[in-house]
Write a protein that binds this ligand. Sequence first.
Ligand SMILES: *Cc1c(COP(=O)(O)O)cnc(C)c1O
Length: 398
Amino acid sequence: MPNLINEQIHSSVMPTYNRFPITLKKGKGSYVWDQEDQSFLDYTSGIATCNLGHVPPTVKSALEGQLNELWHCSNLYTIPSQEMLAKELTDHTIFDQVFFCNSGAEANEAAIKLARRYAQEIKQTNKYEVVTFNQSFHGRTLATLAATGQAKIQSGFQPLMPGFRYLPYNDKEALKDLVRPETCAVLLELVQGEGGVIPADFSWVQELVRLCKENNVLVMIDEIQTGIGRTGSLFAYEKYQIEPDVISVAKGLGSGFPIGAVLAKDYVAKAFQPGSHGSTFGGNPLATTAGLATIQTMMNTELLTELEAKIAYLWAGLEDLANQSSEILQLRGRGFLIGIEVKGKAIDYVNKARDEHQLLLLAAGESVIRILPPLITTKLEMDLALNKLAAIFVQATS
Ligand SMILES: *Cc1c(COP(=O)(O)O)cnc(C)c1O
């Protein structure tokens, strides 16, 4: 394959992405390799997707087995791996039933449809409104970009789908206007990922959930970025000690194989009946085999138990760094979803980390560097990453 970027060949792919100037051809664990065989420490996990690292052996062998059996099977038939993954997900959460789809946006679409249908068919009301928050990110389909509280995501796509209202995030005063007569659900991230790595305040979330329960409004948590171990527990709602009615999941669920899911309590799940929602590929044998191996690896090993100590170690190193560098304004996030707010442009640091230190990082907005290490990362790799970051920030400071 030619290196399209470096050779500046005209691309036939629509220009919806700013591409970085390297082309990756291989991944293993915490590392990826480019076409020149240069290795990079991937502290983005392919944007919170490869939480078990690249090409995790357990998922690889499960997929290899399934590749020899059956790739596609219509949802007109029972799919055993889909049943098993749903059982794993409900066994390890407070939820009772799962709907499978293929991406995060589709998971949020399904959650929004489920909330409306629950209000209209089960509760027999005419409620329809879903409250979301400023700086949120819920996807790129017409409904989910309308749910997203960011003007830049919505620009050029008017008219927006009606039925959403946005409130300021972490604002206790604003909760006074949380519930209106038409409100059927609230949809939020517990750490806003794309919006700049902003964790929700614990007491604000408690108050929000209390208001929802009091007013029969569904609490729907977008766990697409925070889920699958990212914040230290299987899902972030556990850390907030809340009981949502619905969560949406995608990114890390298939270790890189496309899959999305909506998990719901039984009273909400029954709003979906044969014919009310569906997907050709959703929950197909390959995707759910990848998901099943991912969840089993996460729950049947010491990974999550060992994660807390890793998280503490990396945060301590980053706090040291923040204390030494005047370039770092704030360190925030939860678990392995980490934001470093910097004085300059985040993208300049991201480019420097990649080009001069072979460390892959992300930006979240103008001024926040986002770090998403794979959960399988080792102390040695964390030391390496911290040394690379020290070189970047110490140099920037002097
Ligand atoms: C990535 C993301 C989405 C969208 O997922 P896609 O698979 O890209 O559709 C939605 N919500 C959150 C919080 C995300 O991080």
